[in-house]
Design a binder for this molecule. Sequence first.
Ligand code: SF4
Length: 800
Amino acid sequence: MTTRIPVPLTQFVVKMHSRCDLACDHCYVYEHADSSWRSRPKVIGDEILAKAAERIGEHAAAHRLSAVRVVLHGGEPLLAGPDRLRRAAEALRAVLPPGCALDLRIHTNGVLLSRAFLSLFAELDVKVGVSLDGDRASNDRHRRFADGRSSHPQVLRAVALLNEPEYRHLFAGLLCTIDIENDPVAVYRALAELRPPAVDFLLPHATWDEPPKRLPDGGDTPYADWLLTVHRMWEADRRPFAVRTFESVHRTRRGLSSLTESLGLEPSDLAVLETDGTFEQADSLKTAYDGAPATGMNVFEHSLDDLALHPGIAARQSGLAGLSADCRACPVVRSCGGGLYAHRYRADTGFDNPSVYCGDLMTLINGISGGGSSPSGSSSVPAQGGEPLLSAVLTAAQLDELARGYGGADTVAALGRSQLALTRAMLAAAWDASGQGRAEAWGLLSSLDEAAPGAVDAVLAHPYARVWAARRLGGDLTVGLGELAALAAAAAVRAGRGDAVAVPVRGGWLHLPTLGRIAVPDGEAVVTGLADGFSARASDGSVFTSYDQPLRRVRLAGGWTVALEDVDPLRDSHDHPVAGRLPDGELLGWTGALREAWELLGRDLPRYAEGIRAGLTTVTPLRPGPQGRDVSSAARQAYGAVGIARPATAPTLALLLAHEFQHVKLGAVLDLFDLYDRADDRLYFAPWRPDPRPLEGLLQGTYAHLAVTEYWGTRTAAYDGLPGEAADRARAQFALWRRYTAEAVERLAESGALTALGRRFADGMRESVSPWLAVSLPATAERDAERARRERGQLRLAGA
Ligand code: SF4
C-alpha cells in the first residue's frame, strides 16, 4: 500500500477585493448561483496575505516546484489599492524558495488601470490581463457600469497604456467572454487591432439547469460556429497571438497536454483564496449552485497539501475516470475532457454529465483538427500563406528553420504528425510480415480507429509503439506479437467502450502502453476497456482493475506534461541501460529537476523551448553512468522520447534535454528527406570524439551541438564580462563548442556526400554558427578551448 502523494497545486487565485466597479450581467461572481460574496470582507487582510504567502512558499519547497503562478483577482483587484497590492507581491516574493519562480499576474477590468499602477507592476514584475469582449457594441452588451454607462473607452485606454513600450512587457493578454449575438468577425478584428500577446475566448458559464443562450435560427452548435469563424481568421492571419483554446485542441489531438483547464484530461492544479481566508475550488463552480466551490478549509488551519487532497479538487484530477459514461465513450474525449467541470452540473445528477456545451465542443474540436492531424493519421499540412511546400509535411521555410537548429511549435507538430503516420505504416507492415497473427488485436485496433481515433492516436504516438514495429521488421523475433495486443488493449482502455482483447503476460507483468502495468500471473489476460477504467481477467480467473505501477507524468510550467517512462519493456531501445521503477524519493527528485530544467530552457534556450514543448512527450530514466558520468541518449525509432540518467544539477539536465531533443527532431527530418548519400560508407571524425563515425553520426552530433553552443553563448552573454568561476566556465565552453560546431559544419559541407537538400541544411547550420564566431571572448577562454582541442586531437592520434 503506497501513501498517496498530493498532486501539487501550482496556480493560485487570490481574491484581493470582493466587489467590482462594473456590473457585468454575465459575471459568475455576482450574477450566478453562489452568493457567498455577500458575507465576505470587501478587501483581503494583511494577515491573510502573509499566511497565504507562507503556505504557497512551504508548498513550493515541499514539492520542489520550479514555478508557481499567482493571479491577483477579484471582484476588481485594483480596488484593493496600490499599497495592498504591493504588500501582496512583496509577501509572495519573499517566501518562495530559491529556484522557484513566481509568475505573478493581475486580472482586471481595466477601468482603474493607470500609469501609477503600471509603474508599480513594472517594479514588482506583475503581468496584467484585461477583460474585453470585443468591439464597442460587443463589449457594451454586458460590460457596463451599474448606471448603464459603457466601460469600453476606459478599457481601450488601459490597453493603450499597456501597449506603450515601457509597459508592453507587462501585457499578459485579453479575456473575451463569448456572446453569440456578437459578430465574431467584428470581435476578432477589434481584439487583433490591440496587438495582444494572447487572447482567451471563454464560453459563458452555464449548467444543464441554466443552459447557455441559443438563438432561434442559430443552428445546433452556435458557440462552435462562432469560435470556428474566429479560428479561420486567426489561421488566415498566421496566428498573430496565442489562443489557448485553439492550441490546446491541436496539442491534444497529437496526444500532448492541454493548456487550459476547460479542455483535455490534465489534472487541475488550481486553488482559490477568498478575501476572508477560506480556500475554494475553481471560481467557475460559482455558476453551479450556492456554495459549490466551498471546501470548508482556510489558510490558517489547512496546508495546501490538505487542500490538494480535498475530494472536490481530487475529482478534477482523476482524468478519464472522473468523467461521465457518455464522455468516456466519446471519440474526442482526450481533447475535450468533458469541458469545464462547472459546465457539467445538473441538480439531479451533479457533475456526472457531459458538458452542457457538448455538441459545440465536439463540433469545435472536429472543426479545428479537421485540416491538421486527422484521425486516420494523414501527414499532410496545408501550405501557409502561399509558402512553398517542400513535401506533404513541411514548407521550405520550416525546413530552413529546422536547419538553423530551431523549430517552433507548428514545425515540430508537423514532424510529430509525420512520425505518427510512419508508425501506423510500420505497424501495418510488421503485422503483415508476421503472417497476420493476433488478428483479433489487429481487428480491434482497426475498429477503434473508426470509433475512437483519439484513443488509437494517443497509443500509437507513444514513442515505443514504433520500436516494436521496427524490431519486428528488422527481424528481431524476440519481441513477440503480444506487444501488438498490448497496444490494442491500451487503446481499448482509453476508449472505454467495453471492447476486450487477450494479452500475453510474461514475467508477472501485464503492461498497457501509455497507461501502466499490473502484476498478473503469467499466461494470458483478457483486458476489457470499461467506461470507468478496465478489468483484466488472468488465466487463473482472478480479476484486476487497477494499476500497480501507473505511468506517471510531470506537470511543467505552462500547463504541459511529460511522462516519466519507467515501465515500458521496449524502453530499453536507448544506447544505455534503463533504470527500473523509480521509488517515490527518486520520482520527487526527477519532478523537481524537470521543472527547474524546463524553467532554464525557457530562459537560456527560448528558441528551442517551444519545439521541445511541442514534441517531447517522454523522459526515460537511464541508469547512472560509470563514475557519475552524465549519460543521455535518443533512440532513432522512438520519436518524442529522450533517455537520461538524472544528472546532479538542473542546468545539466536542461542541456541534456536540449541536446537529445535535437536528435529527435533530426531523426524525424531524416525520415522525410535524404540529406546525404546513404551509400556513402566512409567514416568521419567529429571534432569532439576520438573515434570516426558514419556521416549520419557526424550530422547528428553537429545538429545536437548547435543547441549546446547556443546554450553556452546565452550563458556567456548573461555573465556579460562579470568575473567568477561560473562565468569563466561558460566562456570557455562557448569558445570550445563554437569552434567544434563550426568545424563540424564545414566537414559535412566538404564531405561531398550531401544531397542538394543536405547542402541547404548545412547552410542553415552555418547561418547559426557564423555570428557566434564573431563574438569576442577573453584570450584565456580561447586558450582553454585551443588546449582542449589539442588534447582531443592527441587522443584521436593515440586511438588511430
Ligand atoms: S464532446 Fe461531449 S461527450 Fe465528448 S467529451 Fe466533450 S462533453 Fe463529453
